[in-house]
Design a binder for this molecule. Sequence first.
Ligand SMILES: Nc1ncnc2c1ncn2[C@@H]1O[C@H](COP(=O)(O)OP(=O)(O)OP(=O)(O)O)[C@@H](O)[C@H]1O
Length: 277
Amino acid sequence: MQKQGSIPTLKLNHVTYSYPGSSHLALDDVSLSIAEDQVSIFIGRNGCGKTTLFCLANGLFRPQKGVIEAFGKPLGYDHRALNQLRQKVGFVFQNPEHQLVATTVEEDLSYGLFNFGYSEGEVRDRVQQTLVDFDLVELADTPIHHLSLGQKKRLAIADVMILQPQLLLLDEPTAYLDPYQTRNFIDLLQQIRAGGTTIAIATHNLDFAYTYGDWLLVLDQGKLVTQGTPQTVFNESQIVKDLQLGRPLILDVLDLLEEPEKSRIARQFIQSGEGKT
Ligand SMILES: Nc1ncnc2c1ncn2[C@@H]1O[C@H](COP(=O)(O)OP(=O)(O)OP(=O)(O)O)[C@@H](O)[C@H]1O
């Protein structure tokens, strides 16, 4: 169940957006909530609107219709309001190359803090702590272009987390990562979540979505077509079947088993995902 009652971290009320010069609606009358204490995962075919939604949530784009609320208040679009929003809502792009701006790891971590006006002492302290937290100490002086893609992804997340956001938006976080790096990344997410940051993710990785998500939101052609727990969405949603999004591998494996083994493994698998925090 999606948590009811508390103020959602992010709320979209009938939000519509089309890119400048385009008559096509990238998001079409979308209403949804991201609950504070759940990992929300957006899935859907290429071009369904996931990245656009995150750009709207971060104030990079402004909807033509509808209202977006973060932490119970409608977004403002003046310079000051956006500055505040971007400290509270961190957005990690799909491709870390689009995000890393400085020459070395340490400089890159400092960059955002200086931009937001933090003092030199505060920047120094936060950078040192973040290097430790994100296992980047040995890479502190490494030129960005010497990093592997997995290391760049880690740095891109650290760049955002150094601002201590309340909501972290991750676009395709497991893309380009090998299984070992994916495991490390999931550990990192658990750490971030335990620190109290709400996490929302856009992904095509259905195994990751099934295991790690608390709440799945399915977009198609700019519309929210269904939402629910991963179990409900993948086991019961006809829409998801019709969209031919595929299924998590674990469900195909379960189909090969007989009862009671099937129920036993399914329970174990779900419980392993529940140990995410
Ligand atoms: N800069 C742009 N100008 C015009 N249309 C765009 C632009 N960027 C995206 N679109 C369109 O907006 C729609 C939503 O795109 P978006 O990138 O949000 O999808 P997505 O779900 O993130 O896709 P993917 O899974 O491929 O990353 C698509 O129809 C896309 O073609």
